[in-house]
Design a protein around this ligand. Structure first.
Ligand SMILES: [Zn+2]
Length: 145
């Protein structure tokens, strides 16, 4: 899997725009850095695994780990712009990487109003309240209620 690093600022902007739901399967996603800190606070409950190994994190967090996906792949000339990025859960992200990126790619969904109304935040608003929160993320999460 080759991809450029997307800035924290852009990742948060994309996840917020998509209301913390996967644009392919419409499942809610979780903010990885919060899961990492929860694991530090309370280790041994499979909130997180450093290698992200299947079977060593609970399925919910493993499959719904928030990621950001290029709609048009970078290798096919897709730009690193907000318009070309969507929120993807890790399960969909893995499916997309299994094959040629745009072969059998699932349909992109808009987030329906009833999901927006839930005001789900992927646990991102918890992040600043946790010990050892990283300043790089804190800076980007400021302003999230
Ligand atoms: Zn998904």
């Amino acid at each position: 899997m080759k991809r450029k690093t997307i800035s924290k600022k852009m990742q948060i902007a994309i996840l917020n725009r998509d209301h913390w739901h996967c644009r392919y399967c419409l499942n809610p996603v979780f903010f990885g850095p919060t899961l990492k800190l929860l694991h530090k606070i309370s280790p041994g409950h499979s909130y997180y695994h450093p290698n992200g190994k299947q079977g060593q994190m609970i399925r919910l967090f493993f499959y719904r780990w928030a990621s950001v996906d290029h709609v048009v792949p970078f290798s096919k000339g897709g730009p690193d712009s907000m318009d070309n990025f969507v929120t993807a859960c890790w399960e969909c992200n893995m499916k997309l990487n299994d094959k040629e990126h745009n072969q059998g790619k699932p349909k992109l969904n808009e987030i329906p109003p009833e999901l927006i109304d839930l005001n789900w935040d992927g646990f991102s608003s918890i992040y600043p309240t946790l010990p050892k929160a990283e300043s790089g993320w804190l800076k980007q999460l400021e302003g999230i209620k």
